[in-house]
Write a protein that binds this ligand. Structure first.
Ligand SMILES: Nc1nc2c(ncn2[C@@H]2O[C@H](COP(=O)(O)OP(=O)(O)OP(=O)(O)O)[C@@H](O)[C@H]2O)c(=O)[nH]1
Length: 581
């Protein structure tokens, strides 16, 4: 496939106005939808030549390749420079996430002398002997997964804090599941080691049960005993973060337009919208134009976590920016735009695309049982299990493991199992990992059920273990097809048979009720009897192909592999809809 470039990117590359570029495209007769449409590489190349000819570069340049417009040869691209790791701290309530983040921040602020006032902007950067580290300081896996859920990944390394006097607790396991689902390396910080009742070994042993085998037990899970209170071990923790970062070989280009993700956004009564952006690629500068989701910004001011104004921010640098027209959504990506017109055009295009998708009912859907049933060779089935007691959980897990063992092609992973009703946090995990939530003996609260429905997540509760196991078996074997039933969507009466060379006979019809849709299933009824069953291959209004024709309109219908329509026939269009279980 050829490389594609967006119109405004090409304009920026060539140093011309997007408007002028559009004029070139018009002159070439190239169709485009907006400033952000992509161009085929050959079109882009033609434009480059056109522009350079206009500038007289071709005639004037001694070499055939005019430097400014020639694409850089691929092999000459040096690897992008390293960037700082971005770390999220997660763990059970009260195990010390906030204390740890505060301790690191207090002791490691980059320029304390500058007299800046600490601001909580959702992220901060610290200097360590092994290089800078960026911490996202909204601790907890909800924030972490919310960002992931919106398609961005902001975290390179997860630090899971476990209090040594409490060991592994439900949210510890959730946090581990979230980090695993994201595929980010995990470092375990065993906290509160200053307490007399701290038992580091117990934590390590408990970790083994979650298949996180500490290094000193022969595994490869990095564990660091720390105290967020005294600061003991925190330096080693930072060292380990840098070490893992080095292994991950994190790199990003510093040059070029900025890309990143929204970490946080607040509406300040005086200042307006303040959004924290984590730059992930390129460099963000004051006066740049940005687009995030369906809002845009002209960066009017950037400040760091110490309240200091900054002029630019490169990869892995978090900055709070002023200049968004409306509040962007945490987790949405940001891209830069060359000018206000383009930024607005991108926003308008996105809005229109979303509205169209909504009209067509194409919502974001998670994986449903049906999807999984339909794909027997699914590499992996992710489950989140909830039950009334630890005993039932163990029993269910045991049976599932046995069932899973019998099938080679399918991997069943219980990502999380916990006592109690399913929570919103389970849904977050389910939606990012494509998991099914099953609960036994407990039911999700209404709000959670509704949220699951909205997000298209399968959440089922069972009162009989056998039923649950049966569904798991179905998932595994993919044997059960979802049940479908016919739903008639409309009728059309054939009023005239039009013979079109090459296309065969087209049924000139009148939609008497409902709608006729291209691709819909259809049967042909003649004298009360079905004479054909197939689908609507082609649907036309006058000379145009259309997707749908409503009641009261005339249209031309071409049925799939059928050429014998007759005047007076009735075409019944229908769709197969899944019967909800
Ligand atoms: N002795 C001791 N106490 C600690 C340590 N770290 C945290 N604490 C205490 O543990 C309690 C909880 O700490 P936080 O940092 O608020 O815990 P958290 O995980 O951020 O809690 P949430 O934000 O509520 O989820 C506080 O009273 C802290 O002072 C530690 O290393 N040693």
């Amino acid at each position: 496939m050829s490389e594609k470039v967006r119109i405004y990117q090409l304009a920026k590359e060539l140093g011309i106005d997007t408007k002028d570029l559009l004029a070139h495209l018009d002159s070439l007769g190239v169709e485009y939808k907006s400033h952000s449409s992509t161009l085929e590489e050959d079109v882009a190349e033609t434009i480059r030549q056109l522009v350079s000819e206009e500038r007289g570069e071709v005639a004037a340049a001694p070499q055939p390749q005019a430097a400014a417009t020639a694409p850089a040869p691929a092999e000459a691209q040096p690897a992008a420079p390293h960037r700082a790791p971005v770390v999220t701290v997660m763990g059970h309530v009260d195990h010390g996430k906030t204390s740890l983040l505060d301790f690191i921040r207090k002791t490691r602020v980059a320029d304390k002398e500058a007299g800046g006032i600490t601001q909580h902007i959702g992220a901060y950067r610290v200097e360590t002997p092994n290089g800078p580290i960026t911490f996202l300081d909204t601790p907890g896996h909800e924030a972490f997964t919310t960002i992931r859920q919106r398609g961005a990944s902001a975290t390179d390394i997860a630090v899971i804090v476990i209090a040594a006097d409490d060991s592994i607790m439900p949210q510890t396991r959730e946090a581990i599941a979230h980090a695993r689902a994201a595929g980010v390396p995990i470092i375990i910080a065993i906290n509160k080691t200053d307490l007399p009742q701290a038992n580091v070994d117990k934590v390590k042993q408990d970790l083994m049960r979650l298949e996180l085998v500490p290094e000193d037990y022969g595994g490869d899970t990095i564990t660091v005993p720390i105290s967020a209170k005294t600061g003991a071990g925190v330096d080693q923790l930072l060292e380990m973060i840098s070490l893992v970062a080095e292994l991950e070989d994190l790199r990003a280009p510093v040059d070029g337009p900025a890309e990143g993700v929204i970490i946080e956004s607040v509406l300040d009564k005086r200042a307006g919208v303040l959004a924290t952006v984590l730059v992930q690629k390129g460099t963000l500068r004051v006066a740049d134009y940005l687009v995030s989701g369906e809002v845009w910004a002209k960066v009017r001011r950037m400040t760091d976590e110490n309240g200091q104004t900054v002029a630019e921010a490169g990869p892995s640098v978090p900055v709070q920016i002023l200049g968004f027209s409306e509040q962007p959504v945490a987790g949405d990506k940001i891209v830069s735009a060359p000018d206000e017109a383009t930024a607005k055009a991108i926003v308008a295009e996105r809005r229109a695309a979303r509205e169209e998708a909504e009209r067509e009912g194409i919502g974001k859907k998670g994986v449903t049982l049906a999807d999984l049933f339909g794909k027997p060779k699914a590499v992996k089935i992710n489950l989140i299990l909830r039950a009334d007691t630890q005993g039932s959980l163990e029993a269910i897990k045991g049976v599932i493991a046995r069932e899973a063992e019998q099938v080679e092609e399918v991997d069943v992973e219980v990502m999380l199992d916990a006592v109690g009703a399913p929570t919103e946090s389970d849904l977050l995990l389910a939606s990012t990992a494509g998991a099914t939530v099953m609960s036994f003996g407990v039911t999700a609260p209404g709000s959670v059920k509704k949220a699951a429905e909205r997000q298209g997540i399968t959440l089922k509760s069972y009162r009989i273990i056998y039923d649950l196991i049966e569904d798991v078996q179905r998932l595994i074997k993919g044997q059960i097809e979802p049940e479908f039933e016919e739903q008639v969507i409309g009728h059309a009466e054939v009023r005239q048979v039009i013979h079109v060379p090459r296309s065969g006979n087209i049924a000139g019809s009148y939609v008497t009720d409902g709608v006729i849709r291209r691709g819909a299933k259809a049967r042909l009824i003649r004298g009360g009897r079905e004479v054909y069953k197939g689908s609507v291959a082609q649907l036309r209004r006058f000379k145009d192909d259309v997707r749908e024709v409503a009641t009261g309109f005339e249209c031309g219908i071409n049925l799939q592999n059928y050429d014998n329509v007759q005047e007076g026939d009735i075409i019944e269009a229908y769709e197969m809809v899944e019967v909800p279980v």
